[in-house]
Design a protein around this ligand. Structure first.
Ligand SMILES: *Cc1c(COP(=O)(O)O)cnc(C)c1O
Length: 384
């Protein structure tokens, strides 16, 4: 099997699995317990918090563990909207956000907030002058993703952060695809809130964190006990937290080597597809894109049918984001970058990972070229 869907999820790293193991049955104490037995669990949680804080150049007190990227996005948006509502009820985001942000914004609109969904250019970049123009006196939050999960485009986060800071507006970024893949420094980028998810970087599913800059107010999202400095209740998921910490540590250690390796494989795959298949359109920017993301639209092809042919060859890829498959709507991201309906339905995303080899990429390129050719021949035959 060739797995090229790392943007959907990644396998748990062996080191992360090993670091979780003691906390299931042996050191199972509640991390908030008073007695000495609880110390080990507490230490595991604080050790992971320290690793993640260092990876962002943040303070450990600014890291809050959650149950994943969706929860972090929900908390960041709803919590900020609630805490700052006396200053205004206007939020700015983009048309290409993940549904965890978009659907939270739709919810907030029903609660009386106003949301501006910024368009993006043909590469998927937010246009900074349009962002400036959208800012109003009652704007309380700007939320722009660090890197897009479908097309891999990396947004101009440093400039967006600077604009937000100049206007004293809270800046949140959904960094679920970028964190642990590329360097993320919350001070360099002027980030106030940042969402990440463990299972996107070889950590366990159902784990994540929200970075909240010291001094930024965010209403509590899960009410209950006093865990996570009183801001996120619930008994700590100690094995999960140990796992996400270990995965973050591993990712930081391997980052430059991974970027180098995956960028080369990515560029090779892009070149093979673009040079061998006529009518292939690269989605997303050619250069400012995630090191592991390849996304094409093919003229005259149904993405879903192409996926079936690839699946028959034991290649796992994706047509749009995993969450929107099964719906008959074209991808909102491909629509936002101006792809017409046909090209939006004819897309293929391949996201590389740690175990992807040059051989895998060659096999995948051959399979895509053959399958596209076959599907076009069938379509031509049907038209006669
Ligand atoms: C996967 C993903 C999420 C959701 O994260 P979960 O941990 O699966 O809830 C949010 N945003 C982006 C950009 C993602 O890729």
């Amino acid at each position: 099997m060739i797995y090229l869907d790392h943007a959907a999820t990644t396998p748990l790293a062996e080191q992360a699995a090993a670091s979780m193991q003691p906390y299931f049955s042996k050191d199972y104490a509640n991390a908030s317990a008073f007695y000495e037995f609880g110390e080990k669990s507490r230490e595991a949680v604080e050790h992971a918090r320290g690793i993640i804080a260092r990876s962002l150049r943040a303070n450990p007190k600014e890291i809050y563990f959650t149950a994943g990227g969706s929860e972090s996005d929900n908390w960041a948006l709803k919590g900020t909207a609630e805490a700052y509502k006396q200053y205004g009820r206007h939020i700015i985001t983009t048309q290409i956000e993940h549904h965890a942000v978009l659907n939270t914004c739709h919810y907030l609109e029903k609660q009386g907030y106003e949301v501006t969904y910024l368009p993006v250019d043909a590469q998927g970049f937010v246009r900074l002058p349009e962002l400036e123009k959208a800012i109003r006196p009652d704007t309380i939050l700007i939320s722009v993703m660090f890197a897009n999960n479908e097309i891999g485009t990396m947004e101009p986060i440093a400039q967006i952060g600077r604009i937000a800071r100049r206007h004293s507006i809270i800046f949140h970024t959904d960094a679920v695809q970028a964190y642990a893949q590329v360097p993320v420094d919350v001070n360099f980028y002027h980030i106030d809130l940042l969402s990440a998810s463990g299972h996107k970087f070889y950590g366990p599913k159902g784990t994540g964190f929200l970075y909240i800059r010291d001094g930024v107010r965010t209403a509590s999202f899960i009410h209950g006990g006093g865990q996570e400095m009183g801001r996120r209740a619930g008994t700590e998921n100690v094995p999960g937290i140990a796992g996400i910490g270990a995965a973050a540590e591993l990712a930081m250690r391997k980052m430059s080597e991974r970027i180098y390796r995956e960028t080369r494989l990515r560029d090779y795959l892009i070149h093979e597809i673009a040079s061998r298949i006529p009518g292939a359109w690269l989605n997303g920017d050619r250069y400012a894109r995630l090191p592991n993301n390849v996304n094409f639209s093919f003229e005259g092809i149904e993405g879903e049918t192409l996926l079936l042919l690839l699946d028959a060859k034991d290649i796992c890829a994706s047509a749009a984001s995993a969450c929107s498959t099964g719906s008959a709507e074209p991808s909102h991201v491909l629509t936002a970058i101006g792809r017409d309906e046909k090209l939006a339905f004819g897309s293929l995303r391949m996201t590389l990972g740690e175990a992807t080899t040059a051989e895998d990429v060659r096999t995948a390129a051959d399979a895509v070229a053959e399958s596209v050719k076959l599907l076009r021949e069938v379509a031509e035959y049907e038209q006669q």
